[in-house]
Structure formats: structure tokens, C-alpha cells
Design a binder for this molecule. Sequence first.
Ligand code: HSE
Length: 316
Amino acid sequence: MVREVLTYSPIDASQAPAPSGTFLRVRVPATSANLGVGFDVMGLALDLVAEFAFATSDQLEVHGCLPKYCNDRNLVWTSYLTACKMLDVNPRTLSIGIHAPLPLSGGLGSSSTCVVAGVIAAQLLSGRAFNKALTLNMATSIEGHPDNVAPAVYGGLTSSFVEAGTTYAAVMPVSDNLRFVAMAPPYVVRTEEARRALPKQVPLQTAVWQMGRCVAMADALLRGDTQLIARACHDKLHEPHRMLLIPHYDMLRTKALQAGACAFVISGSGSTMLAIVEGDEGARKVEDAVRDTVEGLWVHTLHATPEGASVETVVC
Ligand code: HSE
């Protein structure tokens, strides 16, 4: 098993001032894909928001992320370039400021926030309006999966699929009695590795198991029915394989469920995990149960948000 251990703290966004002469700010929510039984299909926007500031510049500058990403391989920049190519417009040279308080462990859609921000910048900086359907299509083709991109663009709970090159997303609200306690251990599980761990085929009865629970889970999240979430949220497609890549999965799951969580899922392909809980008091109990169990564990209670990506134009 190859795991990249995080030896640094999540980025301190206060050290990433917006570039001077900023004229575009983009906000994109963190997201949790899969939600257990919605593998590669469902995604949820969370009230943890990444902010991106763009200004034209004489040379490319990227601020606010790890030094290894402050260059022309930065995903916001490469997504901007790709989107410019798709729109058939000339890219500008940019100074990009990133304020992304997401844990580095992976699983909360940080790459989708970068891709969506780059795609939106390409539209706005070429004189176009921010078009959500176009953003979803372009960002999905860059990211490869729509399940993080769709809630990042539209907010809420989404179920998405790609048909003949077009990405479609059903967008649903989430009941406000639910809390999502995110736990990010201090190591990365790479998405490619997490996908390699999966079988290429599944038996028909597994597909049937999954479809019934996936639709029920969407309805339960919409209505805030924690009993139905507890019944429905038992995945057979990816979590049984991926939990082996997360050494603290079993322990954290047991503690979260004992503390009253109605479900416990791997967020996206990990290593971040989410406990689904009813109410603030329930979330506090789960936080207390897990907080001191793993050195360097990032624990935050998040809410679902109906706000997708948004744009603020500032002319300085
Ligand atoms: N649905 C994807 C996966 C999310 O589970 O691999 C990560 O992009």
C-alpha cells in the first residue's frame, strides 16, 4: 500500500492575499462524492468554501497553495488554459490567489474546486457570462467524473451522468437537520490507487442492492430521515475495497456509530470520511468521540449547502 503521509498542516489561507488589481473572485464549495451508495453518481456541496482571485499579470503567479503547485502545473491554471482552448479564446497571463481551507488528505473535492474555478475564469475573462451547464460540461471533461463537479457548480445534492458528451445533473435540496462530521486523517489516498482497488465487474444482485439503496439514500437525505439513511447507506461497490486503504477507517467508523451517527462513509475516494448525524448536539458527540483518536486528524462539522459556485467581479 502506498500512502503519502502529510507532514504539513493544511494551508493557512490568510497567507494568500488576493493579487493586486484583482477583478475576478470565484467561490466554489467543497464537495463529498459517492455518499456511500452513490458511487460515481451522487455528490453533496458542503459549507466549506474555496476562494480564487484572478488578476491579469505580466507573468504567471500562483499564491496560496503548496510550493510544488505554485507554477504552470497548477490545476486552476491548467484548467483555465484547457477551458480557453475549448472556448476558442486566447488565454491571458494571470496572477491567481487561492484561499482553500480544505484538508489535503483528499476526498472533499479540492481538485474540482480548482477545475471549476479555472473554467469559470475562462468564461468571465473572455467577456462571457458564467454559464452553469457549460461549466459542468467543461469541468467534467477536465476532471473525468461529474460527481464532485456537479455539486460544486450547482450546490445541494446532485445525481449526475454523462450521455453522448453532455453531463446531466439532477439537483436536490438536503434537509437542514443533517450534519456531516468530516474526518481527514493525516495521509493521502490517491484516487487512481483507490480506483485500482475496485473490481471491474459486479454481480447482478449487487447492482440491484445498490440501486435500491442509492435512490432511497437520496430521498432520505432530502427529507432528513436518519432511520432510512441508517438502513440504506451500506455500499457494496467501493467501500469494502477502499476501507483497506484507510488504516483508521474501522476504528473511526465504530466510534462514530457508537456516538450516534446514522451512517459513516468514505468521502469520495478518501482518505477523508464523513459521519452523517442528526443535529448540532449529535455532531458534537461524534466530534468528541473521534477528535483525539488519531494524531493530526482534521475534524469539522459541515452542513450541506444549496450554494454552488459563485462569482464576484471586482474592478480595482
Ligand atoms: N467517484 C469518484 C471515486 C470520486 O470514488 O473514485 C473521486 O473523484
